[in-house]
Design a binder for this molecule. Structure first.
Ligand code: EPU
Length: 419
């Protein structure tokens, strides 16, 4: 199994481009099932999760091709299967995103129920309850969710809890429902707004995405469109932290600061100087000493849970004590044990971590447990003394495009090795 070998201690400097956002691309691909016309997508990141989503819709009959501009064309007019098999769903929970679009467009969907995962139990009850309120008949049989509906009907729905993919699923379903849907207690993440923009480009009538309440006026059909996947704020945030950790100075192009306001604020508290334009973010560490910063994760505009593990590395080598509260997932501290093996001093208690900053981390063999935990271990390797080998890096390939190439271009000593 491939590993990443990192020799720590290099200062990162230079420029990179931000890739398209995985978590914006996945719902957009699922939404392409809502039309019989072709959909053309630009700036799709080359990631395992995107390949898995393509495999999923391909197994239903969608055809995917690359055009002369290297844009992806999705042709959905030949869908003949309405099932998302367990083999695919178990490798990517975001497969649940086809539930809303399939039910709305075809009146039926059979999707394997995603199980728990390394970061928590992650049920989908809010998705199912809301889909029922739109009139779908939902049953759970043999590990599969089966949804059936003649035509969904608009309704006033308060989601059972704030959920990103749940908000996206129900927004997709309601576009083709009869009448008006009002969704409250919704997620306000930028990727929810991105999906609404894509759907509106297809002819949907969605208002208020990114605010507390989303209004969707159902339409009879949607048309194809061309759409550019927006930049990945979590990827950008991860590289900003890499630069801050190594006392570096980097510029990230193709992303502005708006999607990263909270993360930028926390990096500034750590001692980084950040300047941005509409289409770039520059970070320079002005001081070798990193100030400890307390973090509490929360739904957008709160501090993103997808940046918690990476930020923990900054705190691990900061000049004092800090506290991290993980409020979104119940079990997202799996990286802590590995960081402690590298010399960090972190104590967890339920959803809270107390971090006593140490002077140095030491290289070690470590094991990634999920996508963001693997990013955290790579960051730790970049700043540790000696060699770090990160195992199970298939997690990183799910969500970071060419990470070792991008980091090498900034001066890191990192390579992919066979064993
Ligand atoms: N929840 C429920 N019931 C539901 C849905 C969610 O109890 O029906 C709970 C979850 O267990 C969790 C909380 O609500 O405790 C929030 O989960 P949410 O549904 O918002 O997460 P998600 O939609 O499954 C997306 C991202 C995650 C990101 C979270 C939170 C995608 C494809 N995934 O997941 O991204 O961590 O929102 O921001 O958009 C990642 O990229 O590494 C990743 C895990």
């Amino acid at each position: 199994m491939e590993k990443l070998l990192i020799r720590g201690g290099k200062t990162l400097t230079g420029e990179i481009n931000c890739s398209g956002a995985k978590n914006a691309a996945l719902p957009v691909i699922a939404a392409s099932l809502l039309t019989d016309d072709d959909v053309v997508l630009q700036n799709l990141p080359h990631l395992q999760d995107i390949t898995t989503m393509f495999e999923l819709i391909n197994s239903m009959g969608a055809e995917i091709s690359l055009d002369e501009n290297m844009f992806f064309k999705i042709k959905t007019s030949n869908i003949k299967s309405f099932e998302a098999r367990y083999e695919l769903v178990k490798t990517m929970r975001a497969s649940i995103l086809v539930l809303g679009s399939m039910t709305a467009k075809f009146g039926k969907a059979k999707i394997a129920l995603p199980g728990g995962c390394a970061i928590g139990t992650r049920p989908v009850n809010y998705h199912l309850d809301a889909l029922k309120k739109l009139g779908a008949d939902i049953s759970l049989t043999n590990g599969y969710i089966e949804a059936k509906a003649k035509r969904l009907k608009g309704a006033d729905i308060k989601l059972g809890g704030i959920t990103v993919t749940g908000t996206e699923n129900i927004m997709m379903a309601a576009t083709l429902a009869e009448g008006i849907t009002t969704l409250t207690n919704v997620a306000k993440e930028p990727e929810v707004v991105d999906l609404a923009n894509f759907l509106n480009g297809m002819g949907a009538k969605i208002y208020g995405a990114g605010t507390d309440s989303i209004r969707i006026e159902g339409v009879a059909s949607l048309k194809g469109c061309q759409y550019e996947i927006p930049p990945d704020r979590i990827e950008a945030g991860t590289y900003l932290i890499a630069a801050a950790l190594t006392n570096g100075s980097i510029k990230i192009n193709k992303i502005g600061p708006d999607r990263l306001t909270t993360v930028i604020q926390k990096l500034e508290e750590c001692g980084a100087e950040i300047k941005s334009s509409n289409n770039s973010i520059d970070l320079k560490m002005t001081n070798e000493i990193i100030s400890p910063v307390n973090i509490t994760t929360g739904p957008f505009p709160g501090f993103p849970t997808d940046m918690q593990a990476q930020f923990t590395v900054l705190n691990a080598i900061a000049s004092g004590k800090s506290f991290v509260n993980e409020e979104v997932f119940e079990n997202r501290f799996m990286h802590v044990q590995e960081l402690n093996r590298m010399g960090a001093d972190i104590l967890t208690n339920g959803s809270a971590a107390t971090i006593n900053g140490v002077k140095h981390l030491q290289g070690a063999q470590v094991m990634a447990t999920d996508l963001r935990a693997s990013a955290c271990l790579i960051l730790a390797g970049l700043v540790a003394k000696g060699e770090t080998k990160v195992d199970r890096i298939y997690h990183i390939d799910r969500g970071y495009e060419r990470i070792e190439e991008k980091l090498s271009s900034l001066g890191a000593d990192i390579q992919r090795i066979p064993n």
